[in-house]
Ligand binder design. Structure first.
Ligand SMILES: [Mn+2]
Length: 361
């Protein structure tokens, strides 16, 4: 990511919270600060998310960042004015693991963008946070209205949350408030909520094996004509769901060969959840252990149904409840319902039969 920022000579790198999955250690901040210092020509703005929230003892509160790094630690929206790149970035940090306040509500957003003085007073009352960098620049901007009117000042929102317990928001509110761009974090799945305007960053890499789909970062350009962003997947590790369609003719050996074949089309960075669907021969035991042992398979899920030979079953269980059940269900006009009733019903009755045949005998 840092390397990309250097190569692209990025003006601005936005980190939308939860840079750490828990409270960062001091040495971890030192380490990341050293990385950030490697790209001094890139302004870096970051906020704390619900995982690395600003605990009273958080090292974020006292940490000295390099010149190009701007940490927005306020609990309500405040701004960092980056005069060199004619950009103001608005944001706030989590002070608790949960925060249900609608800090990105449309009324608040409109107010912060339209009335700099209101924001300034607000800042003095509540935002007196000594570790915030860039406030000096912001003060000039708010005090005397020294916005460079010859060039447009870009307005960016940097946010975190989006579910009921973490700063719920509506993407439309943000687009309509007049921000040029809004970068959000928190939801692991990457998404463009409003094309070119509001994006959810996702995580750079999956945080666990159920974190499916591509992960990476957004990169784009803000110009007078508008914003354009594209997603850049980091192809290091990606979890996918590999569905395998099982049919009753397939032997256990054939199923494992089929899986092996399908897995060959994976990319080297893809790790599979193998999901077996369809109908297996009722007598066949699927080679689940063998599949689980295959390379880059993290999990096997058997969702197949046994394919019963209903005519044979009727003969074998002639005169029993099972035989009558099959006969009645075979008359069911709804095909989907008939299939389900037959498979689940017969399976349940056979399971019971194994416990004691007399029950259906
Ligand atoms: Mn989060």
């Amino acid at each position: 990511m840092i390397e990309q920022a250097r190569r692209q000579q990025a003006d601005l790198l936005l980190i939308a919270g939860d840079l750490f999955h828990r409270q960062p250690l001091k040495r971890e901040l030192k380490e990341i600060a050293a990385w950030f210092a490697e790209i001094p020509d890139t302004e870096i703005v970051l906020i704390a998310g619900n995982h690395d929230y600003l605990h009273p003892k958080s090292y974020y509160r006292s940490f000295e960042w390099p010149e190009n790094v701007h940490f927005i630690g306020t609990r309500d929206l405040s701004a960092v004015s980056l005069e060199r790149i004619h950009t103001t970035v608005w944001g706030c940090s989590f002070w608790n693991q949960e925060d249900t306040r609608a800090v990105y509500h449309r009324d608040i957003l409109q107010k912060v963008l339209q009335n700099a003085n209101t924001v300034k007073n607000h800042r003095e009352a509540e935002y007196d946070v000594p570790f915030m960098r860039g406030t000096g620049a912001f003060e000039r901007f708010a005090d005397s209205g020294q916005v460079d009117h010859r060039r447009r000042n870009f307005q960016i929102l940097l946010g975190h949350g989006g579910d009921d317990r973490h700063h719920p928001f509506r993407a439309n509110d943000i687009a309509e408030a007049g921000f040029d761009y809004a970068a959000f974090g928190h939801i692991h799945k990457v998404a463009q909520l409003i094309p070119g305007k509001v994006v959810m960053a996702g995580s750079l890499e999956p945080t666990d094996c159920n974190d499916f789909g591509p992960h990476g970062f957004w990169m784009g350009e803000l110009t007078e004509r508008g914003t354009s962003v594209s997603f850049y997947p980091i192809k290091k590790c990606e979890y996918i769901q590999q569905e395998i369609n099982v049919t009753p003719e397939l032997s256990a050996y054939a199923v494992s060969e089929l899986v092996r074949q399908e897995l060959q089309s994976r990319k080297p960075y893809q790790i599979s959840h193998v999901i077996l669907r369809g109908y297996r021969d009722a007598e066949t035991e699927l080679p689940l252990d063998e599949i689980a042992e295959m390379e880059r398979v993290v999990r096997v899920v058997d969702e197949t149904e046994p394919d019963y030979q209903f005519d044979l079953l009727k003969q074998k269980y002639d005169g029993t409840l099972l035989q009558k059940y099959i006969e009645v269900m075979e008359q069911c006009p709804n095909l989907e319902l008939r299939k389900k009733a037959l498979y689940y019903g017969v399976q349940a009755m056979l399971d019971t039969a194994e416990e004691g045949r007399e029950r259906i005998g």
